[in-house]
Design a protein around this ligand. Structure first.
Ligand code: ATP
Ligand code: MG
Length: 169
């Protein structure tokens, strides 16, 4: 099913699943502005406690999407890749944005960081948690949105968005 999304430069198709992967939306993002526009929509609409796991090759557009989320939250500080700082926290928007980049870490090293405090809202104000290179996580949160950015032959990006919810059987 292909529809206009209402966001400029963004067209989408949807597939529905059962189990804990509830829905997958595939969207073409024709340029970097479209990636940012999608991020703005997410920032404007996601509730506190949302976790976004951002996958995709080097240069796929993960940070660009987070920059859009920041705009959607009304954050004016420049959002820069936390490749070296690991975690950047932005507290000036409507809700906090926690931007993590785990590229330089091994799963073993991630264990000691106590990252679950971000998604359990322990010791931190609940906000949006956006994680680049979540492949490095030794475990996943129970509920999250997976955003997978893919280079296209035309130089644009496709993005697959799924929400995962863990339900006890
Ligand atoms: N939909 C798009 N179409 C074309 N170019 C895009 C699109 N989205 C983002 N870009 C561009 O891709 C480049 C890389 O973006 P970005 O730094 O966000 O990638 P990244 O996935 O965070 O990379 P890294 O893996 O190094 O962290 C930037 O020049 C950005 O403008
Ligand atoms: Mg990046």
């Amino acid at each position: 099913m292909v529809t206009e999304s209402g966001v400029q430069g963004v067209t989408e198709s949807k597939d529905y699943f059962t189990n804990h992967q509830l829905i997958m939306v595939t969207i073409n993002l024709e340029n970097a502005q479209a990636t940012e526009n999608l991020g703005i929509k997410l920032g404007e609409n996601l509730p506190p406690g949302s976790i976004i796991l951002l996958t995709g090759d080097l240069g796929a557009g993960k940070t660009t999407l987070v920059q859009g989320i920041g705009k959607g939250l009304g954050i004016t500080a420049p959002i820069v890749s936390p490749t070296f700082t690991l975690i950047n926290e932005y507290l000036e928007g409507s809700i906090p944005l926690y931007h993590l980049d785990l590229y330089r870490l091994e799963p073993q090293e991630v264990i000691g960081l106590n990252l679950e405090s971000y998604w359990e809202g322990l010791d931190v104000t609940p906000g949006i948690v956006a994680i680049e290179w979540p492949e490095r996580l030794p475990y996943k949160p129970d509920n999250y949105i997976s955003v997978n950015l893919i280079h296209t032959a035309a130089g644009s990006r496709d993005v697959e968005i799924c929400n995962f919810e863990f339900h006890n059987p």
